[in-house]
Ligand binder design. Structure first.
Ligand SMILES: *Cc1c(COP(=O)(O)O)cnc(C)c1O
Length: 370
């Protein structure tokens, strides 16, 4: 047993067959994204007892491996699942830090409420991340733009087919060394407009980080890839084609006067931690940031007139990615040989600098893990 700084005890069952130093080095030489996992996983179980009281229990670190689930487990049938994504960064002195984990813990609970899952006390969330990264600290890469991607998730494990919120749930964290999400240099990407499919609707789960939203986005993502695009843009077809977000990233516009615009949180957009951090970093740089409705028409006309000078997407996995082209069968906005914009790059450098310890963390966003 070890006592974390957060006061939750995690029992430790360490792997008897961890990857060798050579195997690990081979992975870290070319980590990709989401292809390899570390030697351990953090787990906390939730159960409702006979008196109807729910509680989190049996917090533990155990070897990474397959999960044994009853075939009738609720998550397999009704998709009662939520997740998070954050990173652990190795700083130049070898220490390991994570970025705004309290925001992820809070968002997990917001998602939990929407999916009728139990809320997880913050100390379990932070404890699980700390214990897992400490057990697998050798897996945190140190290369430029690299990090250990952490994937907390919560699933309904109760075995039953009735349709109601599960009374048995499991919270887990897995970790995967990550290189550059889109691979290679920071070239502006082309984005496909989804006309037929929405990822979220009013009153739906768009503001929750749940697997179901991603399942619903995959067909649009396939359409994007078939048309040579990296990602898909979702619009609100019932609201003047207002720009919502990409499948897993928020969107920002840089205007001619240097200010930034990002779609307002409408209930159908996921509130990214990167989004809220970009807003703060841009303000710190003296820029005005407006959260408002911005339509496809404004995007097209703004790029044509020069009113919009840069567009970028942001999220934990890929940090900040410039958007070069937005298109579909009838639309072509931007240019194939666009270069990453200056403002996009300046904000990216600032944010990455804070995360990796080369720029002062004036907002207290970093938490030390190792
Ligand atoms: C996770 C996610 C984002 C980005 O959120 P970050 O906290 O910045 O990583 C944006 N959109 C969707 C749909 C997401 O699931």
């Amino acid at each position: 047993m070890t006592q974390t700084a957060h006061g939750v005890e995690f029992s430790q069952q360490l792997s008897e067959t961890p990857k060798s130093a050579e195997e690990r080095a081979a992975v870290l030489a070319n980590p990709g994204f989401g292809d390899y996992f570390t030697d351990h996983t953090a787990v906390v179980d939730y159960k409702v007892d006979a008196d109807g009281n729910g509680g989190w229990q049996n917090a533990r670190i155990e070897p990474y491996g397959p999960i044994s689930l009853d075939p009738s487990a609720a998550v397999l049938h009704y998709g009662q699942e939520i997740f998070e994504g954050l990173k652990a960064y190795r700083h130049a002195d070898g220490s390991v830090w994570t970025f705004r984990p309290e925001a992820n813990a809070a968002r997990l609970n917001k998602s939990a409420r929407r999916l009728a899952l139990p809320e997880l006390p913050e100390e379990y969330f932070l404890g699980a991340i700390r214990e897992l990264v400490q057990a697998d600290k050798e897996w945190v890469p140190s290369g430029d733009g690299e990090a250990l991607y952490l994937r907390p998730f919560m699933i309904a494990t109760e075995a039953f087919l009735g349709v109601r919120a599960a009374r048995e749930v499991s919270f887990r964290v897995i970790a995967s060394p990550a290189g550059n999400y889109f691979g290679g240099e920071l070239k502006p990407v082309s984005i496909w407009i989804s006309r037929e499919y929405a990822r979220a609707g009013r009153g739906g789960t768009g503001a929750a980080k749940c697997g179901g939203n991603y399942a619903a986005s995959l067909i649009a993502q396939q359409e994007a890839e078939a048309n040579g695009c990296k990602q898909v843009l979702f619009l609100d077809h019932f609201n003047d084609d207002a720009v919502e977000e990409l499948g897993g990233m928020n969107v920002f516009f840089v205007m001619k006067d240097g200010s930034l615009v990002t779609p307002a949180l409408s209930g159908t957009i996921l509130e990214g931690v990167t989004r809220m951090s970009v807003i703060q970093v841009a303000k710190d740089m003296g820029r005005e940031v407006t959260e408002r409705k911005i339509t496809l028409d404004e995007w097209r006309d703004g790029v044509a007139s020069g009113e919009i000078t840069e567009v970028f997407a942001c999220g934990t996995a890929a940090v900040i990615t410039p958007i070069g082209v937005l298109k579909d069968a009838t639309e072509f906005i931007g240019s194939e040989d666009a270069k990453a914009g200056e403002t996009t790059m300046a904000i990216r450098e600032q944010l990455l600098g804070i995360q990796t310890g080369t720029v002062e963390d004036t907002h207290g966003w970093l938490t030390r893990l190792v």
